[in-house]
Design a protein around this ligand. Structure first.
Ligand SMILES: Cc1cc2nc3c(=O)[nH]c(=O)nc-3n(C[C@H](O)[C@H](O)[C@H](O)COP(=O)(O)O)c2cc1C
Length: 260
């Protein structure tokens, strides 16, 4: 089956983007990338047809698909569109995120043919999942793409496609979160990079210090993009949570899990 390959991903700290691109390079058809990270790129309805193949990639937030994306995905529709589901998690666990992503897309005209859970450096600390995805992860992702391409070559009509099963439970894990936002220290040079790159436009674009706690995803993009390291988390409870993450999973190496 010759298809137009579409990469669709949300990736504030770039790890999901790397995995989706690597899987896509293994499939190796005509590729078009749609980066959904910035709000300005989440305005249009996206409609895919039966000649499209879509790789959807999201980071795992609290063991789930980021909540606001579930609402955004209302704008995305398929029509017998084959899809590959990718979640990228920070080495703690992905719980029900992959199942939730698959369920969400299969309800809107997509047919899952493969799914994968990969590991990325944790958005909150470089000590967990350090440097991932690394070369090994990217090789696994590319080979996964090749296996998907081989599977596609064997599909001549929809009746041949078996239901995709991935790991996860329904009802999905309850979402948890602490209401905190990054703080800004005196090193801030008011360059505006943080506000410009915020996926939710949650940062006030005149002071660059006020962050709307209702909008902020705590995705850490502003912290990582700041050229002078002026932003960080200072909330004691939140930092304790990060420390316990370091204590529990910094020395464990989880490996990608693939479903095809
Ligand atoms: C709000 C939030 C919640 C997260 N929850 C989890 C989680 O439940 N399990 C996990 O292993 N990593 C978790 N992470 C880490 C991210 O899933 C991980 O760092 C991922 O690689 C980020 O993707 P990105 O680089 O595309 O933004 C969380 C990160 C954020 C910002």
């Amino acid at each position: 089956m010759e298809k137009q390959l579409n990469l669709l991903y949300f990736s504030p700290t770039d790890t999901t983007a790397k995995i989706v691109q690597a899987v896509g390079s293994g499939i190796g058809e005509n590729v078009s990338a749609i980066d959904l990270t910035l709000q300005k790129d989440r305005q249009k309805d996206l409609v895919f047809g039966c000649n499209d193949l879509v790789i959807v990639g999201v980071p795992v937030y609290s063991g789930r698909v980021p909540e606001f994306l579930i609402d955004y995905f209302e704008k995305v529709k398929g029509d017998h569109t084959l899809a590959i589901f990718i979640v990228v998690y920070g080495n703690r666990g992905y719980n029900d995120a992959l199942l939730e992503l698959k369920d969400t897309f299969e309800k809107k005209g997509f047919i899952g043919i493969a799914g994968g859970a990969f590991i990325g450096e944790h958005s909150y600390t470089t000590k967990v999942g350090t440097g991932r995805p690394d070369l090994e992860d990217l090789t696994v992702a590319r080979n996964f793409g090749r296996d998907i391409q081989a599977k596609l070559k064997g599909i001549h009509d929809y009746a041949q496609i078996k239901t995709l099963h991935v790991k996860g439970n329904f009802p999905y894990k309850e979402r948890m979160g602490i209401r905190v936002v990054p703080v800004t220290n005196d090193a801030c040079i008011e360059c505006g990079v943080c506000a410009e790159h915020c996926p939710m436009y949650a940062i006030d674009s005149s002071s660059f210090r006020d962050i709307d706690a209702d909008l902020c995803l705590k995705c850490s993009r502003c912290i990582k993009r700041c050229p002078v390291s002026a932003k960080s988390y200072s909330d004691e409870k939140f930092n304790k949570m990060i420390q316990s993450l370091i204590d529990n999973v910094s020395t464990v190496r989880n490996e990608p899990e693939l479903f095809i």
